[in-house]
Design a protein around this ligand. Sequence first.
Ligand code: XMP
Length: 327
Amino acid sequence: MANDRRPDDMVRITTNELADAFIEEQITALREQIGSKKVLLALSGGVDSSVVAAMLIRAVGQQLVCVHVNHGLLRKGEPEQVIEVFRNQMKANLVYVDATDRFLDKLAGVTDPEQKRKIIGGEFIEVFAEEARKLEGIEFLAQGTIWPDILESEKGIKAHHNAGGLPEDMKFELVEPVKILFKDEVRIVGERLGLPAGMVYRQPFPGPGLGVRCPGAITRDRLEAVRESDAILREEFAKNGLEGKVWQYFTVVPDFRSTGIKNGERSFEWCVIIRAVNTKDAMTATVEEIPFSLMQTLVNRITSEVKGVNRVLYDFTPKPTGTIEYE
Ligand code: XMP
């Protein structure tokens, strides 16, 4: 790779011109590294892997094979957006795997949060490896590693192993075209590569997805309630100018029901908890002050549109003492 480390005096990419120059440089380097060989990429639809995909499509076109694994814990509309942007618009070679049943069957009855994470991570690698084995002649594995990942792994804060866990016999040379960039730079580069703003500027979303927002054992009905209420929350935040302003916002559906009244009859249903927080580094967080009228709209929409829900709560807890996610 032309740039293996971020030079100390590297100018921060803050303009379109600087982003374009970076893209040109990387494309030349990628073509040199890859030649006429094939590259594999696990495309989650998150910012980093999406930017890597867009860059590689430009550099080597059909030599890139993207694998999008839908683990059934993605937000509403996400797999569809990945297919629309990468397969339909960018004409990428995209393998879409709907592994929802596989993940949910493995997770059935599992209540321990760390066990849930382990199952989701492990199953992901298995599905990805299975798909990789079906493909012939792959020599490279692309990854959305970014500069903070490298700094954190060097400081021992978190092990940076995006590819970590792939079976021993699967040895690929790594391709990491955004490795020397900070997140804000990755976003500008993504925009210049033609990715939609909604994809490039989206809020952080955890790897285990909606699974950590369905505390305790995941059931399909509660998962659906999380997905639908999250979609309403995102829609209303966008409508009310809060998208891009609030750092992270989502809904949680805990594992208990409460009594209520719906259509004049007793109901015994789930509740939805809304969480909206601001932070700089996710180590501490404060709670966003949502206008009361917006809160009322959210309560009305969620209790009438989301199946199995009769109550909406707002979480006022900062981090600490709460963490941002519930598990
Ligand atoms: P917490 O809950 O620890 O969250 O206050 C801090 C930030 O990290 C995200 N998060 C995760 N991201 N895998 C991820 O990729 C995980 O298991 C995970 N757990 C939390 C969380 O969404 C927040 O942005």
